[in-house]
Design a protein around this ligand. Structure first.
Ligand code: ZN
Ligand code: FE
Length: 254
């Protein structure tokens, strides 16, 4: 079974070490920084073999070259972003698989936040690494893609099993939940989750990962079909991509 270690860095970023005890292979997902990764690897006696990038932003690739130089790790990133992923060795796309030892991850193309964003899903570990695409109760801003692309990408991830743990790259949950409550003030699951989130943050604990099942119940970006959201927006019975787009627009200025 894979071991996953969450490393909080910078203002609100999460990095993840993924370790396969059978082969000893160890990956870091989206290394923004070097020192914290080196320290965590050293404390556990693990050697870095892979770097998995979800997208090209500096807070996800900043330590690619330093970690590659230090450990000789193999850098995996989106083929479409070959020019923007520092040190890329293996270029992947939708439907490809990458491996840690004998454990496979499926690659999903999920554009929207950036034009080349990908996600990694380890089905046997029920673990999804979604970068800046699917946040806890939120989704990434569409810097390079369209709202339609982001809705399509989130729909792709929603099709994974409900007990999948979504390891996203930022601790944005409390602010996302506050926005969600403006759209669905009567969503019991959302109200209950926000209580838990507030408690976790008070104790300086992460609210991430969450399950896709939890996200489907509380994340407004996965819920354009919600009657309450449609009612709040005055878009009852409207097309889901248009409702999603309106939610994204409102969040951009929340
Ligand atoms: Zn980003
Ligand atoms: Fe980011």
């Amino acid at each position: 079974m894979l071991e996953i270690v969450q490393i909080p860095v910078l203002e609100d970023n999460y990095l993840y070490l993924i370790h396969d005890p059978v082969s000893g292979d160890t990956a870091i997902v989206d290394p923004a920084v070097e020192d914290e990764v080196v320290a965590e690897l050293g404390a556990r006696g693990w050697r870095l073999t892979h770097i998995f990038n979800t997208h090209h932003h500096l807070d996800h690739t900043g330590a690619n070259l330093a970690l590659k130089a230090r450990y000789g790790a193999t850098v995996v990133g989106a083929a479409i972003d070959r020019e923007r992923i520092p040190g890329i060795d293996i270029a992947v796309g939708d439907g490809d698989q990458v491996h840690l030892g004998n454990v496979a991850a499926d690659v999903y193309f999920v554009p929207g936040h950036t034009s080349g964003h990908i996600a990694y899903h380890f089905p046997t570990a029920k673990a999804l690494f979604s970068g800046d695409t699917l946040f806890s109760m939120g989704c990434g801003r569409t810097f390079e893609g369209t709202h339609a692309q982001m809705w399509q990408s989130l729909s792709t991830l929603m099709a994974l099993p409900d007990d999948t743990l979504n390891h996203c790259a930022h601790e944005y949950t409390a602010a996302n939940g506050a926005f969600a409550l403006t759209l669905e003030p009567n969503n019991i699951a959302l109200i209950e989750r926000m209580k838990a989130v507030k408690q976790l943050r008070l104790n300086n604990k992460p609210t991430v990962p969450s399950t896709l099942g939890q996200e489907k119940q509380t994340n407004p970006f996965l819920r354009p079909m919600s009657e309450e959201i449609q009612n709040t927006l005055g878009m009852i019975g409207g097309p889901l991509p248009a409702i999603f787009s309106q939610i994204r627009k409102l969040k951009d200025t929340f």
